[in-house]
Design a protein. Sequence first.
Length: 136
Amino acid sequence: MTAQGLTRDRYAEFFEKLTAIPHSLLHDVSATIRIDVEENGESQRWHVTIDHGKITVTQRNAPADAVMRTDPALFDQIITGDANALTAALRGRLRIDGDARMLVTFKRLLPGPPKRTTAVPENPHTEVRTETEASA
């Protein structure tokens, strides 16, 4: 399978998960968001409808309250939690036309950053003392 095929599968999986369950954080939201992922003059589009927590997604090119445009690499990072959509918008990597507040709404549907553990090397010069030793 090509890298483009893997990306398309990841997109399909992401949007399927969005539609699978109601989203209680969006119970008071009624909005539409179109996502355009553009590369080499071609676009993949998803039209996301939020109706009081229920999400539907189609691949039609229809008007929406907000249109978000980005490239495949950044969109892949956003849907996996490796990039923050708000930060990307502030840096100009994610363009928003229409109601910019919809980015905050959409962000509620995105995964958080992946859990990462950082190994901190032990410092041989640091003395580790227990609470009992410290109070003595």
